[in-house]
Design a protein around this ligand. Structure first.
Ligand code: ARG
Ligand code: ZN
Length: 474
């Protein structure tokens, strides 16, 4: 069932023949109201319409829940997976795609009925027996196996299921989810998750949300994780390794789970100890912490080169410093709870998380944000900082570049200078609150800043976010 996608002409003939063969079940399904009337159903788009990652995500449906059952063997690097997606059709859906790269799919069902499927690059193309009708919920089950291979991002970083010497470092921004589970892999479509992950005894699989159970039988350990809050696929993790773990509940009732590779433990300990106070400080600044779980996964993964704000529990490729801990946890508000609608708006994640670092320093005896701004602003016009504007990085290659992080933070600092501290912090909280568990765009942020401040900060923000080259200071 892994032939390349058929040509349009051939598809029509096949469908016509099926229309005859399937008349009886279709009538039954139509009477039940689940299947779309024959002829009105169309294939969902192979992408979510993102200009930087055109094939990320898919059209025609919205996922509300992923149930992932995984088993990973560390020695052979073999993954067995079953994904159960609960989705709602946004059109009468004759066919739809999931994002999945590599791996072998052994079966797909839609509402319990075997579905036809083909593979086409990173698209798993599913043709259900009965086309889901617009507005209807349907359930897709995909069984698969193989050796996951990370993807290489346009910036050269590995992304997805990245093998380590004792398991796997799992971080998906922006496109790695498709290396280990079939999904609608665009932040526009967020869903709740359940993970059941089985690994050899002695290893731990750490995913998002709260730990619902852990048991060891016949040399295999299974952990069950539950993330109730909507989560983008790129923020999912199931990082596997030999970890020292600890669990506690903060004064605010947040359930913390830390997993630390022994090789990083000594360096990580003093930083991880600060997590409750960092979360309290961020909650005072940005509003209530958006999730019920928190924590850290500190892996020893020298080949990775970055940390990621995996929802509720950031993953670090080595012991983080305090600024990185502040950064990844600030993303829980900005990026994870308030999510992007397109990758072009990435400064809404990285500019905010970077500015959180500046604020932390300012309020904890370090350099003021003004000082950090001034040092950056002093860089000459030819410096890479001014290579492109943060609101329009140009392509997926640039989304994690200095202009996005540093000039994005500078844009926020200029807003702060223009409206004053009180109003500025009100804007940050209003942004986190108004788009909590949802999405935001740059245009919406600018409008919110105007509304909350009562000042025409549009021109200033437009300059800092969109003007080419080094902006002149007002
Ligand atoms: N969002 C992460 C952070 O700022 C960076 C992820 C980098 N990913 C990549 N593929 N280069 O902490
Ligand atoms: Zn970041």
């Amino acid at each position: 069932m892994t032939s390349p996608r058929r040509s349009a002409a051939r598809r029509t003939t096949v469908l016509r023949r099926e229309a005859v063969l399937l008349t009886a079940p279709l009538v039954v399904a139509a009477l039940l109201g689940a299947a779309a009337p024959a002829g009105s159903a169309k294939p969902g788009a192979p992408g979510a319409g993102d200009s930087y990652f055109p094939l990320s995500g898919n059209g025609g449906y919205d996922v509300s829940h992923y149930g992932l059952t995984l088993r990973y063997d560390i020695a052979s690097r073999h993954l067995d997976g079953k994904a159960v997606l609960t989705a709602r059709a946004t059109q009468n859906l004759s066919r739809f795609d999931l994002d999945l790269r590599g791996l072998t799919v052994t079966g797909v069902t839609v509402d319990g009925a075997a579905a036809r499927f083909t593979r086409d690059g990173q698209e798993l193309v599913v043709t259900p027996r009965h086309a889901p009708r617009k507005g209807r919920e349907f359930r897709v089950t995909v069984t698969y196996r193989g050796t996951p291979k990370p993807v290489t991002d346009p910036d050269g970083s590995p992304d997805g299921w990245i093998p380590t010497d004792d398991g796997a470092f799992v971080a998906n921004e922006p496109q790695g989810a498709m290396t280990w589970f079939p999904s609608n892999s665009h932040p526009k479509d967020k869903a709740s998750y359940d993970f059941t992950v089985t690994v050899p005894k002695g290893y731990t699989a750490v995913a998002n949300g709260v730990l619902r159970g852990q048991s060891t039988v016949h040399g295999l350990t299974t952990l069950r994780w539950h993330e109730a809050e909507p989560m983008a696929a790129y923020l999912a993790t199931a990082t596997v390794g030999k970890f020292r773990t600890e669990q506690y509940t903060t004064r605010d009732g947040i359930k913390v789970y830390n997993a630390v590779d022994a090789r990083e433990a000594k360096k990580a300990a003093p930083v991880l100890k600060q997590l409750p106070s960092v979360l309290e400080w961020e909650s005072r600044l940005f509003g209530p912490y958006p999730f019920r779980a928190a924590g850290s996964i500190v892996d020893h993964a020298p080949s990775v080169g970055y940390a990621l704000e995996t929802q509720t529990r950031p993953v670090y490729d080595s012991a983080p410093d305090l600024a990185t801990l502040v950064h990844e946890n600030a993303h829980q508000w900005f990026g994870d709870s308030v999510s992007l609608t397109s990758w072009k708006d990435i400064w809404l994640n990285e500019g905010f998380a970077t500015y959180a670092e500046w604020l932390y320093s300012e309020q904890h005896g370090g350099a003021s944000a003004q000082k950090t701004f001034d040092a950056l602003y002093a860089r000459p016009a030819k410096d890479g900082l001014w290579a492109y504007p943060p609101g329009d990085p140009g392509s997926g290659k640039n989304i994690f570049g200095t202009p996005v992080y540093a000039r994005g933070a500078m844009a926020l600092h200029e807003l702060r200078r223009a409206v004053g501290d009180k109003t500025f912090f009100r804007v940050l909280r209003a942004w986190a609150d108004a788009h909590r568990a949802g999405h935001g765009t740059t245009a919406e942020f600018i409008r919110l800043a105007q509304r909350e401040s009562g000042k025409d900060v549009g021109p200033l923000l437009n300059t800092w976010l969109y003007a080419k080259g080094k902006p002149a200071r007002a």
